[in-house]
Design a protein around this ligand. Structure first.
Ligand SMILES: *Cc1c(COP(=O)(O)O)cnc(C)c1O
Length: 452
């Protein structure tokens, strides 16, 4: 095993293909259904929202999808991202475990999201699209797409969940710096936004509502498409550069992970690091334990129902089979804004049903405790979302200590927390509380699931 702490590859080793897990699955995931007819959707149904090239990726069963050269050219700015051995953290934990982390915080927007934002902007540009409408929660996706829009010369319009718009002025400033337009959601610019504001003028907004607004804008205008930063198959596909690079870097380290850990909001960074390892296992390679970590206040994988549901609140999106808390579920406030979605990527949900991944949920103070320990040992301050993966990895490392075994643990450090320092300040001041979601609200949201 190597003594290094950093496992570099040069830019010629940026993957040339995205990896499509569907090609290696023992059974395909259930079909996506039309919201009106409940029949499987065809590519044409999605055409108002996405360029055909992305729709074909959404339904692709090919194992490898070529990464266009102009996209690799942009990737070269920050890819290959570093993979580190967390030797000082291992020492601090007094664990025999070998902890590795793949660091996606080196991208311009500070997270994994530009991996798909750049690809989506490229295909939209190629299709002649002038404008992309999207939603954002905490602002990470909005700022990533705004960056990609600036690169390819596409106007970006972002519906940002109102509470975050008010609480996170720096993310909004980032989007505007890149040239995007940022609108607090619910807004008066759409039918779905006005319907909600008419009932409650002070509505704090939710990701589900912001998606409805962006989809509505995209469906109405010929020159405008829609983009989603997680959940969909093509988004997960674009993120697989993370895991493919990790496999090559672990080889340089002369090691292979026994355990792979990622945090899950919609499932894209988790898929990015995990799918290439799961695929290798399905093709006869080494077994890996793959752990998805989610917030206890929005626990779709551990507490949600596996059922067909809408992706948005106004029920404009197709129905997908996924672990869901119900599209009307509103989680209590917590700091990992990127993990507040009611559903989970259909592919990640399918893996859970197949028993190929594990899932666990943690409250936020336990996650911030882990994030602070990580920062003090490794120097990098993780995004609040990434703290969930750090918590999961640290708990596995502690188990190694207790059992006296050395295992290799790989976690995805999906972003840095430099624009989330208020959350760390609140944690330090003892102001973070672990809120439980409302059981009766969950029951109500689940009872409203569509009958298919
Ligand atoms: C958006 C985001 C997430 C959650 O989205 P996934 O699709 O589950 O990856 C997690 N971490 C960071 C840093 C994010 O920006």
């Amino acid at each position: 095993m190597s003594e290094s702490i950093k496992y570099n590859l040069d830019e010629s080793q940026i993957p040339k293909f995205w990896y499509n897990l569907v090609a290696d699955l023992p059974t395909p995931p259930p079909p996506v259904l039309h919201p009106g007819t409940h029949q499987p959707v065809g590519p044409a149904d999605l055409e108002p929202l996405f360029p055909m090239s992305l729709i074909m990726q959404e339904v692709s069963t090919e194992r490898e999808v070529e990464i266009p050269e102009p996209v690799r050219e942009i990737y070269r700015q920050w890819r290959v991202t570093p993979l580190y051995r967390a030797r000082r953290l291992e020492k601090a934990l007094d664990t025999p475990a070998r902890i590795y982390y793949k660091y996606e915080g080196v991208s311009p927007a500070g997270s994994h999201k530009p991996n798909t934002a750049v690809a989506q902007a490229f295909y939209n540009k190629q299709a002649g699209v002038k404008r992309i409408a999207t939603e954002t929660g905490a602002g990470q996706w909005g700022s990533s797409l705004a960056f990609a829009g600036a690169v390819f010369g596409i106007e970006i319009e972002v519906f940002m969940v109102r509470v975050s718009y008010n609480q996170k002025p720096y993310r909004r400033a980032m989007m505007e710096t890149y040239g995007a337009r940022c609108v607090p959601s619910p807004s008066r610019e759409t039918l779905s936004g006005r319907a909600i504001l008419d009932q409650n003028p002070d509505h704090p907004g939710s990701l589900g509502i912001a998606i409805s607004e962006a989809v509505e804008v995209a469906a109405q205008r010929d020159d405008t498409k829609y983009a989603l930063g997680s959940v969909l198959n093509h988004v997960l596909l674009h993120q697989t550069v993370i895991g493919q690079e990790s496999i090559a870097q672990m080889e340089v380290a002369d090691d292979y992970p026994d355990i792979v850990v990622g945090c899950t909001g919609g499932g894209s960074n988790f898929a990015g690091i995990a799918f290439p390892f799961i695929g290798a296992q399905l093709r006869g390679g080494k077994n890996v334990r793959v752990i998805a970590v989610e917030p206890a206040a929005c626990p779709s994988l551990t507490r949600g129902r596996y059922a067909y549901d809408f992706g948005d609140t106004a029920h404009l999106t197709p129905l997908t089979m996924m672990h869901t808390l119900g599209s009307t579920f509103t989680p209590p406030g917590f700091h990992a804004g990127g993990l507040r979605y009611h559903g989970m990527a259909p592919l990640v949900s399918h893996l859970r049903q197949l028993g190929l991944i594990e899932a666990r949920a943690y409250h936020q103070t336990k996650c911030f405790e882990a994030g602070v320990a990580f920062a003090r040992a490794e120097g990098i301050i993780p995004a609040p979302e990434a703290n969930h993966a750090v918590r999961g990895a640290i708990d596995e490392a502690i188990r190694c200590r207790e059992e006296g075994v050395s295992r290799s643990i790989l976690l995805n450090l999906c972003g840095h927390g430099h624009l989330d320092m208020q959350a760390y300040a609140d944690y330090a001041a003892g102001r973070l509380v672990d809120q439980e979601y409302d059981e009766s609200e969950l029951a109500m949201a689940l009872s409203g699931l569509p009958t298919v």
